[in-house]
Design a protein around this ligand. Structure first.
Ligand SMILES: [Zn+2]
Ligand SMILES: [Zn+2]
Length: 329
């Protein structure tokens, strides 16, 4: 990897409509925030601008750590991504495995109109992708070994659109594998049932539903502009304010709103929390889990925590085995 390749890879995120921080989406984010603050919160234009570009937030210690993590994680991504199982490999393996299932007939729906196939494929891949993100995110909060990794994201004390990149590289690997499985599975099943007519219906090369998600302000999830939706809509789509609740350190907000685009999963599985206008949120970790924004801590702490958890688990297992062997003696 050379430095030119690295700089190119960093800049790609801002010029690629598949990425959340694509400059076009960031521009729309500012526009949506302005309209919200002026039209709904009755703020003046000047005050609204000051709130959106609040230096105390954009240049806080936590935000500066986010920027550095974004640049460092890019190096890990460049090294790790070629090693990961690609969705194509999973799709190919599953596609051939489906041939062995006797009652399944290849291309059974190949006569379906192309528009129907494309629409069905787009919706299926979006829903499966969003659901698996919900599941993995939920597990990351429930299982101590995974929480040790996910804690990095929650250690942010201020939220900016770059906070989405504040993740430990191990979390990046887990989410890449999840994406490969979800997308590879959908591709294989569609290719098998519908023949070769499958393709993503795209806008600027992005799945149309992800495009809508980003155009409507996905970047505001990690910001201090708490845009709320109507309560009925917060049962279906996660509003920026709902994700900010997910980052809150208040006890009553723990384990709420794991969803990314759809709130339906939270609603169905009992983790939905509707946003409230009067709530003053504080972001970060509990004092007992204090996690300074020092880069050394951010990258090494998960390994220390994982080792401690495993040692404790194996210690308990060893004690149990010893007690049992003593009893048998
Ligand atoms: Zn989380
Ligand atoms: Zn977040």
């Amino acid at each position: 990897m050379d430095i030119i390749e690295y700089i190119g890879s960093v800049l790609t995120d801002f010029s690629n409509p598949k990425k959340r921080v694509f400059l076009g989406y960031l521009f729309l984010t500012v526009l949506i925030a302005l309209v919200w603050l002026i039209a709904v919160r009755r703020s003046s234009f000047k005050l609204a601008l000051q709130q959106i570009f609040d230096r105390k937030i954009l240049f806080s210690r936590s935000a500066k750590a986010d920027y550095k993590i974004f640049l460092i994680n890019r190096v890990f991504t460049m090294f790790i991504s070629p090693l990961l199982v690609t969705q194509l490999a999973i799709a190919t393996a599953l596609y051939y495995a489906l041939h062995d299932i006797a009652f399944l007939q290849r291309g059974v729906f190949s006569d379906a109109p192309i528009g129907v196939i494309v629409a069905l494929f787009t919706v299926t891949i979006f829903i499966l992708d969003d659901f698996t993100k919900y599941l993995l995110h939920r597990w990351m909060h429930h299982w101590p070994l995974l929480w040790a990794i996910h804690k990095t994201h929650h250690s942010a004390e201020t939220l900016t659109p770059i906070t989405v990149y504040r993740t430990h590289p191990l979390e990046g690997i887990l989410f890449s594998l999840r994406s490969a499985v979800a997308q590879g599975t959908t591709m294989a099943v569609f290719l098998f049932l519908f023949g070769s007519a499958v393709d993503l219906y795209t806008v600027l090369g992005v799945n149309v539903m992800s495009f809508v998600f980003h155009v409507t302000g996905s970047n505001l999830r990690h910001s201090h502009i708490s845009i709320q939706y109507w309560p009925w809509l917060e049962h279906i789509l996660i509003s920026p304010a709902q994700h900010q609740v997910h980052h809150s350190i208040a006890r009553k907000h723990h384990d709420k709103n794991f969803g990314v685009a759809l709130a339906i999963w939270d609603w169905v599985f009992g983790s939905l929390y509707l946003s409230r206008r009067d709530e003053d949120l504080k972001f970060g970790l509990q004092p007992s889990e204090a996690h300074p924004s020092r880069l050394m801590d951010i990258y090494l702490r998960p390994f220390v925590d994982i080792t401690r958890i495993l040692r404790r688990r194996f210690g308990r297992l060893r004690d149990a085995v010893e007690r049992r062997s003593l009893r048998n003696d």
